[in-house]
Design a protein around this ligand. Structure first.
Ligand code: CS2
Length: 513
């Protein structure tokens, strides 16, 4: 039942309850200096929120945002009637575990374009004299690269399409290159292309994809981009669960008006970004960003610890039927596993970061995961494993193997993914595998089952099964040929099969007696 009448909109801002944060700057004076591709919840809870803080602190009016949805019109349809305004709900729990939220309305989203409806408008925006930064959150698969080698996948249907159709690209890479091509022919200057995705050296990766595409489209353009555009790397960290109808209802009650498209997140936020910009930037330090010369050590820390632990947990949790991260963390075996995985296997592979207390970082992370107000779905994290595992778990496994160190916890995480690919949890409930490589994975899985049957019973069957799956080079690269890796994963897979998730966790790290 609809309890709240009215809709969030610009003229209604002064009437919001006093405790709700609001833009406080003159929205009508803003111009869009930033074009953001991939206007999902993450960008709205991170980049836009930080940018809003910078504007509140007095950043110049040229730094509004034009958001671009590359697929669906839903965000535009929800936000256009709200003048682009939406609420950000930062959720935590008080000392009694009761959820609480801090609400603020973000005002810097000025315009939303839906790329498939009007690709020309997106290209024109990138090629506008106002535009100085084009930022990107399109998730791992949006880079159209081969996750193991990091190269542009020239056989990717969107890349094939975009090379053939300069006027109406589909992929982020196509839009970037064709937009820059227009800037160049219009005599406009280069801009900064800023990746905010969870990938190592995300700026360098983006640069590699853009240049590889440009070299095929227009060689002079590739040089122009390489010489003039900047591609800073960054580490971004904030947990952003998917918004549900119940969240929308709660937020409407707190706002006194309905917001069709709010976002929720944890209060924690980290954004470490290299200070290399081609045409200026706002002072995002006002919203908590940190500018550095080299983001690499921060990225490695975050990808291996936060995302590594997240992915390690997600597959095991889905299989065990624990639907949210906090529910999984409440299992003593899970907390013990993640703590030991980080302490004994991941942390020794991390580059030095002066001043960082790793034990504190680890405990803080476990507290973030245990936040009961987020209700972060383990299935959300489990998506797109083929694109996530290489940088989250496999690079760490490689680092351990290079120095001859054991990795039973990482092996269990990888085995968790392989088991998850069966598409049914321990209770036999079926789920879809959401992954751009779903078909190839299903095929491999069937081959692995057959290899296991042929190998007979017990350890040799699991070894054959694991060998077939880790032979998938697009994900595992050379690791599938490392007998130590395959053996460790096979052992973990055997343990999962015979003991179940909770049993395998306890077998690896027995509960204290
Ligand atoms: C998560 C991340 O969905 C996932 O794969 O691991 O989105 C994670 O919540 C963020 O990277 C935290 O910064």
């Amino acid at each position: 039942m609809e309890l709240v009448a009215g809709r969030l909109h610009a003229a209604g801002l002064p009437a919001l309850p006093a405790e709700v944060g609001r833009p406080g700057y003159d929205r009508s004076a803003l111009r869009p200096g930033i074009v953001h591709l991939g206007l999902g919840a993450f960008a709205r809870a991170h980049l836009a929120a930080v940018n809003d803080a910078a504007l509140r602190a007095g950043a110049d009016t040229g730094w509004g945002i034009c958001g671009v949805s590359l697929r669906q019109p839903d965000t535009r349809d929800a936000l256009a009637p709200q003048d682009g305004l939406y609420a950000l709900s930062l959720r935590s729990a008080d000392e009694h575990g009761r959820p609480r939220q801090q609400l603020g309305v973000v005002g810097c989203l000025l315009e939303i374009l839906v790329a498939p409806e009007d690709p020309q408008a997106v290209l024109a925006r990138i090629a506008s004299p106002d535009t100085r930064i084009v930022s990107v959150t399109v998730t791992e698969k949006g880079y159209c690269h081969d996750p193991a080698s990091g190269r542009l996948n020239l056989a990717h249907p969107d890349i094939v399409h975009d090379l053939a159709q300069p006027q109406a690209p589909r992929s982020a890479i196509g839009f970037l290159v064709r937009g820059l091509q227009r800037r160049r022919s219009a005599g406009l200057g280069p801009v900064t292309l800023m990746s905010l995705d969870n990938l190592p050296a995300n700026g360098r990766l983006l640069r590699g994809m853009v240049l590889a595409f440009a070299a095929r489209a227009d060689v002079g353009l590739a040089d122009w981009i390489a010489d003039g555009c900047a591609f800073p790397c960054s580490m971004v960290d904030r947990i952003v669960p998917r918004t549900t109808d119940a969240d929308r209802q709660e937020i409407a009650e707190a706002l006194g008006v309905r917001d069709a498209w709010p976002v929720l997140a944890e209060p924690y936020l980290e954004w470490v970004i290299e200070d290399r910009y081609a045409a200026g930037r706002p002072d995002w330090t006002a919203g908590g960003a940190r500018f550095v010369a080299d983001a690499a050590p921060f990225e490695t820390l975050k990808l291996r610890m936060v995302n590594g632990a997240h992915s390690a947990l997600a597959y095991l949790a889905v299989m065990a039927g624990w639907s949210t991260v906090d529910e999984a963390l409440a299992q003593p075996g899970v907390a013990r596993y993640l703590r030991e995985l980080m302490r004994t296997e991941i942390e020794p592979t991390l580059p030095a970061l002066p001043g960082l207390d790793l034990a504190q970082y680890r405990e803080g992370l476990l507290r973030r995961f245990a936040n009961p107000a987020l209700r972060h779905q383990t299935r959300q994290i489990a998506m797109d494993g083929s694109q996530k595992l290489p940088q989250r778990l496999l690079d760490t496994a490689r680092a351990r193997l290079a120095t001859g160190l054991p990795m039973p916890g990482l092996a269990l995480a990888v085995a968790g993914w392989l088991h998850y690919l069966r598409g049914a949890d321990q209770a036999g409930r079926r789920y879809d595998i959401q992954d751009p490589m779903a078909e190839a994975l299903a095929e491999r899985h069937a081959q692995a089952e057959q290899a296991a049957r042929q190998a007979g019973e017990g350890p040799s069957a699991m070894l054959a099964w694991t060998g077939a799956l880790t032979g998938l080079a697009a994900v595992f690269g050379d690791l599938g040929r490392d007998a130590r890796f395959v053996r460790a994963v096979a052992q973990a897979a055997q343990s999962l099969r015979s003991l179940g998730v909770a049993g395998a966790l306890d077998a690896l790290y027995p509960p204290p007696r």
